[in-house]
Design a protein around this ligand. Structure first.
Ligand SMILES: *[C@@H]1O[C@H](CO)[C@@H](O)[C@H](O)[C@H]1NC(C)=O
Length: 228
């Protein structure tokens, strides 16, 4: 008769400890689930690309090999702030970019996948675009500022410490829902409204922005396009 109350007392004092252990297990599991990398291309159809889909834009007055190098499947782009625009008479900022052509779209769900690399020192530059919007030139820009990958120039940082490593980009554009999702290394970093419907296509490379460095460079490989 005296044992039971003691057991009950022990069980009662143990309970909060058990709860704490369980709670920390649950928190740990939730955290690791939400940051686990996924394959954002699941459920999409691969759109095959060949060389004719890759149209290079570079300063109009220099030969392409002075701003672009394609070796062992890696596209290397660089640009200087004093460079000319891609077209004579254009008032746009200097760029060396590839525009994915012949897959322009005005509806549906489209996805860009590629591996990017930015050497340290590059800053104030757009490295990837979803071109086209209702009243803007683009609906998404991925930019580099001081070692971070950002969505436009907002304080919305997608990834810090981006220099000198390959990172995987998946950009999913749902035109009808006006939604853009950005995955970096398979982890969802932005899920929000686009800038409206237009004629859209994907671009990657270097396109000068505000607060730029004296030389801007990005590398890209394994570029793929998918749709739903
Ligand atoms: C292109 O890149 C490769 C690999 O980095 C390098 O060996 C080669 O010299 C480069 N070519 C030019 C023209 O810059």
């Amino acid at each position: 008769m005296t044992i039971l109350p003691i057991l009950q007392l022990k069980t009662m004092t143990m309970l909060p400890i058990l709860h704490l252990i369980l709670l920390s297990l649950i928190i740990h599991q939730t955290t690791s689930f939400s940051s686990a990398a996924i394959d954002p291309t699941q459920g999409f159809t691969h759109v095959s690309l060949d060389n004719s889909n890759f149209v290079i834009q570079k300063p109009y007055n220099v030969p392409v090999n002075q701003r672009y190098n394609f070796t062992n499947g890696v596209h290397q782009f660089w640009i200087y702030p004093t460079d000319k625009p891609f077209l004579s008479g254009s008032n746009t900022k200097p760029r060396t970019e590839i525009r994915i052509s012949k897959h322009e779209y005005t509806s549906g769900i489209w996805q860009f996948e590629g591996y990017g690399y930015v050497p340290s020192g590059t800053s104030g530059v757009c490295i990837m675009q979803v071109f086209g919007g209702r009243s803007t030139a683009t609906t998404t820009q991925l930019r580099i500022y001081d070692g971070s990958l950002t969505y436009y120039n907002s304080p919305h940082v997608l990834s810090q410490n981006i220099y000198n490593r390959w990172f995987k980009v998946n950009a999913i554009h749902d035109v009808d829902a006006n939604n853009v999702k950005i995955y970096i290394d398979g982890v969802l970093k932005r899920d929000g409204a686009g800038l409206g419907a237009g004629t859209h296509y994907f671009k990657f490379g270097v396109y000068v922005q505000n607060d730029h460095s004296n030389r801007m460079e990005s590398l890209w490989k394994d570029i793929k396009v998918f749709k739903k």
